[in-house]
Design a protein around this ligand. Structure first.
Ligand code: HEC
Ligand code: HEC
Ligand code: HEC
Ligand code: HEC
Ligand code: HEC
Ligand code: HEC
Length: 421
C-alpha cells in the first residue's frame, strides 16, 4: 500500500513536472509568436507597400428607416472617403492621380432583399435599380476623386447592417479597399477592415405603437398639423418629410412657413421623451441601445451628447435652429472644448476640414482631419474594437495617427499654430 502510494506520488511529481515543462515551453513559444507577429504587423506594411490608405466613414454612423412603405425620412446611404499617401521615407506624397480605388462591403453583397427601399424608391423621386443608391453607387464599385482633388469617395452606398444570409443586426460592417495602378492594373495596396457603420435602430415604435408604427405617425401628423397624409397614401402618394420640411442633408428647401425637419422633430418631441426609458434619450431615434454609435474618445472620457458643449438636449437642438442654425451644416466644433489650435476650418464641418496649422506650409490644406482622427462620434481611440483595426494596422496600437512615420520620417507636433479665421 505504502509502496503503491509512493509510486503514485512519484508519478504525480513527474506529471506535474511534465505539465510545468509543457507550460513553460508554451509560454516561450507564445512569447516568440507574439514578438514576431507584432514585429511583422508593423514592418509588413512598410515592406509590402509604400502606399498608405487612410479611410473613413464620414459621419459616425448612418441610420435609415426599417420600413419605407409609408414615408421617407432618410434613404440608406453611407459615405466612404479615402486618402492614399506614398511613403518614400524622407518624403511623402498625396496620390490623387494615376490610381484606381475600388471598394467592396465584406460579406454583404446585396441590400434589395434586406430592406424594402427599392420597392418604393420611385415614389420618392429616385429612379434607381435595386441595390443602387441615390447617387448611383452600389455595395461594390469604384471611388471617385473629390471635387477639390484631395480625396476619393463613394457617396451614399446603400449598405444595410445585415450580412448575407443573416438577420442579426451587425452595425459595424467592414469595407475592403483596393488601390491599383490605373495604367498597369497592378495592385499597390489593399485593406479589408474599414468600418462602414450603419443601423436601422430608429425606435419610433417605442411610442407610436409596435405595429402600424408609421401609419400611426401619419395619423398623428394629420390630426395635429392638419395634413391629409393618410388619405394621400391610400391614393398612392408617398411623401418624403422633406417634401414640406426643409432638410439640408437631402438638399431640400421645403415649403415656406413650415419648420425645418430637424427643428420640427426635436422641438415637438422634447417634452414627450419621458415616455422613453432609453438613455441617453437620443438613442430612442438615433442608433441606438444596440448600435451604440457614440463610441469615440469623447465617449470614453465621459463627455455626454446632451450635457456638454456638443449638441445639447432636444429643446436646444430645435432652439438653435429657431435662432438661425442650419441643421446638418452647422455642428459642434472641436475647438469649443480643445481650444482654437484644435478647431475645424472656418465655415466648414469637421468632416470637411483639413489640417491647416502645421508651421510647415507643405503639410497644410490636404490631409483630412478625419484621416487622422476618424469620423465624428467614432474619434480614435474608439471604444469599438473594429474602429481601431485601421490604426492598429498602421501604428501597431489603437490611437489617432500620432506618428509622422505613418507617412514619412520625422517627429514633432502636428498642430502648431492657432489658425487665422
Ligand atoms: C418618446 C416617445 C416618442 C418617440 C420615440 C417618437 N414619438 Fe413621435 N410623437 C410622440 C407623441 C406623444 C406624439 C403626439 C401625438 C400622439 O399622441 O400620437 C408624437 C407625434 C408625432 C408626429 C406628429 C407631430 C405633429 O404635430 O404633426 C410625428 C410626425 C412624429 N411623432 C414622428 C415621429 C418619428 C418619425 C419618430 C421616430 C423617428 C417618433 N415620432 C418617435 C411620441 C414619440
Ligand atoms: C404635405 C406636407 C408635409 C409633409 C409631407 C410632412 N409634414 Fe410635418 N408638418 C407639415 C405642416 C404644415 C406642419 C405644421 C406646421 C406648423 O404648425 O407650423 C407640420 C408639422 C410637423 C411637426 C410638428 C412641429 C411642431 O413643432 O409642432 C412634426 C414633428 C412634423 N411635421 C414631422 C414630420 C415628419 C417626420 C414627416 C415625414 C414623415 C412630415 N412631417 C411630413 C407639413 C408636412
Ligand atoms: C423623436 C426622435 C428623435 C430623437 C429623440 C432625437 N432625434 Fe435627432 N434626429 C431625428 C431625425 C428624424 C433626424 C433626421 C432629420 C433629417 O432628416 O433632417 C435627426 C437629426 C439630428 C441631427 C442632425 C440635424 C441637425 O439638427 O443638425 C442632430 C445633430 C441630432 N439629430 C441630434 C440629436 C440629439 C443630440 C438627440 C438627443 C438629445 C436627438 N437628436 C434625439 C430624430 C430624433
Ligand atoms: C464637449 C467637449 C469636447 C468636444 C466638443 C470635443 N472633445 Fe475631444 N476630448 C474632450 C475631453 C474632455 C477629452 C479628454 C481630456 C483631453 O485629453 O483633453 C478629449 C480628448 C480628445 C482626444 C484625445 C487626446 C489625447 O491626447 O489623447 C482627441 C484626439 C480628441 N478629443 C479629439 C476631438 C475631436 C477631433 C473633436 C471634434 C470632432 C473633439 N475632440 C471634440 C472633450 C471634447
Ligand atoms: C496628420 C494627422 C492629423 C491631422 C490631419 C489632424 N490631426 Fe489633430 N491631432 C494629431 C496629433 C498627432 C495630435 C496630438 C497633438 C499634436 O501632435 O499636435 C492631434 C490632436 C488633436 C486634438 C486633441 C487635442 C488635445 O486637446 O489633446 C484635437 C481636438 C484635434 N487634433 C483636432 C483636429 C482637427 C479639427 C483637425 C482638422 C482641422 C485635425 N485634428 C487634423 C494628428 C492630426
Ligand atoms: C497622413 C500623412 C502624413 C503624416 C502623418 C505626416 N505628414 Fe508631413 N507630409 C505629408 C505629405 C504628403 C507631405 C508632402 C506635401 C507636398 O506635396 O509637398 C508632407 C510634408 C511634410 C514636410 C515638408 C517637407 C517635405 O518633406 O516635403 C514636413 C516638414 C513635414 N511633412 C513634417 C511632418 C511631421 C513633423 C509630421 C509628424 C508630426 C508629419 N509631417 C506627419 C504627409 C504626412
Amino acid at each position: 500500500m505504502i509502496n503503491k502510494l509512493h509510486v503514485f506520488i512519484i508519478k504525480g511529481k513527474h506529471i506535474i513536472l511534465a505539465f510545468a515543462c509543457c507550460f513553460i515551453s508554451l509560454m516561450i513559444i507564445c512569447f516568440f509568436i507574439n514578438y514576431y507577429s507584432k514585429d511583422n504587423s508593423v514592418s509588413a506594411l512598410q515592406q509590402n507597400s509604400k502606399y498608405v490608405i487612410l479611410a473613413v466613414n464620414d459621419t459616425g454612423m448612418h441610420c435609415y428607416q426599417p420600413d419605407y412603405s409609408k414615408f421617407l425620412i432618410l434613404p440608406p446611404g453611407n459615405n466612404l472617403k479615402s486618402q492614399v499617401f506614398l511613403n518614400e521615407g524622407k518624403e511623402a506624397k498625396l496620390i490623387n492621380s494615376g490610381i484606381e480605388i475600388s471598394y467592396q462591403i465584406v460579406n454583404n453583397t446585396t441590400s434589395a432583399n434586406k430592406i424594402n427601399f427599392w420597392e418604393y424608391s420611385k415614389d420618392y423621386g429616385y429612379n434607381i435599380a435595386p441595390d443602387v443608391g441615390i447617387t448611383g453607387n452600389s455595395l461594390s464599385g469604384k471611388m471617385k476623386l473629390s471635387k477639390d482633388g484631395m480625396f476619393y469617395e463613394a457617396a451614399a452606398i446603400p449598405v444595410t447592417p445585415f450580412n448575407d444570409g443573416s438577420t442579426e443586426l451587425n452595425p459595424y460592417q467592414l469595407a475592403a479597399i483596393r488601390v491599383t495602378d490605373s495604367k498597369t492594373g497592378k495592385e499597390l495596396v489593399r485593406l479589408d477592415n474599414i468600418v462602414v457603420p450603419v443601423s436601422n435602430e430608429m425606435n419610433c415604435s417605442k411610442c407610436h405603437g409596435a405595429s402600424g408604427t408609421d401609419i400611426n405617425i401619419l395619423k398623428a401628423h394629420d390630426e395635429l398639423s392638419k395634413t391629409q397624409l393618410v388619405d394621400e397614401l391610400s391614393k398612392g402618394k408617398r411623401h418624403k418629410c422633406a417634401d414640406c420640411h426643409q432638410d439640408n442633408i437631402l438638399d431640400s428647401a421645403g415649403k415656406p412657413g413650415i419648420p425645418p425637419l430637424s427643428q420640427a422633430i426635436h422641438g415637438f418631441h422634447a417634452n414627450k421623451m419621458v415616455q422613453s426609458d432609453i438613455k441617453p434619450e437620443c438613442y430612442t431615434c438615433h442608433p441606438g441601445p444596440v448600435s451604440k454609435c457614440y463610441r469615440g474618445v469623447m465617449f470614453a472620457e465621459g463627455v455626454s451628447c446632451v450635457n456638454s458643449k456638443c449638441h445639447g438636449d432636444m429643446e436646444k437642438i430645435a432652439a438653435t435652429q429657431a435662432e438661425g442654425r442650419q441643421a446638418w451644416l452647422q455642428e459642434p466644433d472641436c475647438s469649443s472644448c480643445h481650444g482654437e489650435k484644435y478647431g475645424v476650418n472656418a465655415g466648414r464641418l469637421y468632416r470637411n476640414s483639413y489640417l491647416v496649422n502645421n508651421t510647415n506650409a507643405e503639410m497644410n490644406g490636404f490631409i483630412l482631419c478625419e484621416s487622422c482622427h476618424n469620423g465624428p462620434h467614432a474619434e480614435w481611440k474608439s471604444a469599438n474594437l473594429k474602429d481601431n483595426l485601421l490604426p492598429i494596422k498602421l501604428l501597431g496600437y489603437p490611437n489617432f495617427i500620432d506618428k509622422c512615420t505613418v507617412c514619412h520620417e520625422g517627429t514633432g507636433k502636428i498642430h502648431q499654430t492657432v489658425p487665422k479665421k
